[in-house]
Design a binder for this molecule. Structure first.
Ligand SMILES: *[C@@H]1O[C@H](CO)[C@@H](O)[C@H](O)[C@H]1NC(C)=O
Ligand SMILES: *[C@@H]1O[C@H](CO)[C@@H](O)[C@H](O)[C@H]1NC(C)=O
Ligand SMILES: *[C@@H]1O[C@H](CO)[C@@H](O)[C@H](O)[C@H]1NC(C)=O
Ligand SMILES: *[C@@H]1O[C@H](CO)[C@@H](O)[C@H](O)[C@H]1NC(C)=O
Length: 474
């Protein structure tokens, strides 16, 4: 044999060896080396979703090499290529589309190195996911996503609990219903659990002690009932907790205060009745707190030491039946951008000046309460806020007209003007008052008293009398 022949022989032996003991390695020189069974499994699995007219070997002879399939990623294991990521359903124009008569073929579960499996907008006709298949993916699958599949109905299979390597389970906006299988408690590697936008019922399983690494928990927009379990306090890494739009009731567990890294707590539109004060204020990291639409014990919410929650950016306390005055602690929250207090039974005056000093405030809703007195925000404030300020539907709140640079500015707030500003004469009086202010600090407070007095009964003569009194006193 010439040396070149022996080299070729060695090369063949070498190629044979790297293929290992695997069943039927197909070694081709013009593509990414892949087990035949892996390739066939991929073709079959996709064909189940795309329909029989999809011919993988025709269209994509080298799926991990020079004819990549949109939605399929591969990786090398012992010098052979295996499918690691598979996304089915229309995301991009050329992604694998699913037919209405799709079949989940057994071959899908033979892709033994699959790490990520996603279905976007794939299941459109009603189908339930069978129980047995998932276990075979258990040793590798790290991410499983079902997004926007209205045809996916029935319960989440019990066997989902065998996917113990899962870091991310996203079951978002499908038609799943029924109770969560108890086996979800097995998924202790999860960092993200999103079950939002389905029709799940029953209680939330009390096994969060298993989820030490969980960062995101989103159970919103289902029909979960019962209370938020106390084990939630053991998900110490949690950043976002969203259980909004369910039918949760009762008090929040006090363990919620253990979630030291939580930045978002969204409880809106449930029937949670309390458990906030002395618990929620311990979560100093909280930036978004959304409690609206829960008929809460007013004293509980009003008892929160708001000034301690200095990282709050979004605070929505609307539609909660809150009574009493606007808590002064709220006016200390320097990072606040959104404050919703609308549709409660709040009384007392609006701390306009204090609220106006909040540097980031960009939306303020106090409409639909029983607030009284005058609104005293500046023109700049109203202009900055635009439609993101609402104060209407407070029958006893009046709008103080702003006179700046001798121009009249009436923000469209849907409030009645404070009585003083109705006639030309009053305007003149206001000028006189501001002149008085300029002259003397002490008389300015007196002048302010006069203004308030006039506002409360609107009597010109009273004002004139008191004005002359001021002048006499001077
Ligand atoms: C795909 O097409 C090839 C011919 O190009 C044919 O031999 C094969 O049977 C087809 N496979 C399927 C699943 O239709
Ligand atoms: C939960 O995990 C254990 C092992 O950790 C396993 O024996 C059990 O079968 C799993 N449950 C389900 C429902 O998969
Ligand atoms: C909370 O966040 C801090 C800073 O990001 C981090 O160092 C810490 O490990 C986190 N705590 C937990 C329990 O994850
Ligand atoms: C609003 O407050 C006034 C007193 O300021 C009270 O007379 C009235 O009954 C309250 N209205 C409602 C709807 O609570």
């Amino acid at each position: 044999m010439s040396w070149i022949h022996s080299m070729f022989f060695l090369f063949l032996v070498f190629r044979w060896c790297i293929a290992g003991e695997s069943s039927s390695p197909e070694v081709t020189d013009d593509g990414a080396p892949m087990e035949k069974s892996e390739r066939e499994a991929l073709y079959s699995a996709i064909q189940g979703f795309s329909g029989d007219s999809w011919n993988g070997s025709d269209l994509y002879p080298d799926p991990c090499g020079w004819t990549p399939i949109q939605g399929v990623s591969c990786d090398l294991y012992d010098d052979l290529w295996y499918v690691t990521d598979l996304t089915l359903g229309l995301i991009h124009e050329n992604s694998i589309s699913c037919t209405a008569s799709l079949k989940i073929k057994q071959q899908l579960f033979e892709l033994k190195h699959l790490k990520s499996l996603s279905f976007f907008n794939c299941f459109t006709s009603p189908i339930t996911i069978s129980k047995e298949d998932w276990t075979s993916l258990g040793s590798n699958l790290e991410s499983l996503e079902f997004r926007s599949n209205p045809g996916l109905i029935g319960e989440l299979p019990e066997t989902i609990g065998s996917l113990t390597k899962l870091k991310s389970l996203v079951v978002l906006e499908n038609g799943f219903n029924g109770k969560l299988p108890r086996s979800v408690c097995n998924l202790s590697s999860l960092k993200r659990l999103v079950l939002a936008g389905n029709l799940f019922t029953g209680t939330i399983p009390d096994c969060f002690n298993a989820f030490k690494d969980l960062l995101i928990l989103d159970l919103s927009q289902n029909s979960f009932s019962g209370t938020l379990p106390s084990s939630i306090g053991e998900t110490v890494s949690l950043l976002k907790l969203d259980v909004s739009n369910n039918q949760l009731e009762g008090k929040l567990p006090q363990e919620i205060g253990f979630l030291k890294n939580l930045t978002l707590l969204d409880l809106r539109n449930n029937r949670i009745s309390g458990g906030l004060s002395q618990n929620v204020e311990k979560i100093r990291s909280l930036a978004d707190l959304i409690l609206s639409g829960n008929p809460m014990d007013s004293d509980d919410v009003m008892g929160i030491k708001w000034e301690k929650m200095s990282n709050l950016v979004i605070l929505d306390l609307s539609k909660m039946g809150l009574r009493g005055e606007i808590p002064s602690g709220l006016t200390k929250l320097k990072r606040l951008r959104f404050l919703g207090l609308n549709d409660n039974e709040l009384t007392g005056t609006v701390p306009s000046k204090e609220l106006e000093t909040l540097p980031c405030l960009g939306a303020l809703y106090i409409n639909g309460n029983n607030l009284t007195g005058e609104l005293r925000f500046s023109r700049t404030f109203y202009e900055k806020m635009g439609t993101r300020f609402k104060a209407s539907k407070n029958p006893n709140l009046c709008q103080y007209d702003i006179v700046s640079e001798s121009r009249h500015y009436v923000p469209p707030l849907g409030l009645k003007p404070c009585q003083m500003k109705k006639t030309e004469g009053n305007l003149v009086i206001l000028q006189t008052l501001s002149n008085l202010k300029k002259n003397d600090e002490s008389s300015s407070s007196m002048a302010l008293m006069v203004t308030r007095h006039v506002l409360s009964n609107g009597f010109m003569w009273d004002l004139l009398l008191e004005l002359s009194l001021i002048v006499l006193l001077k």
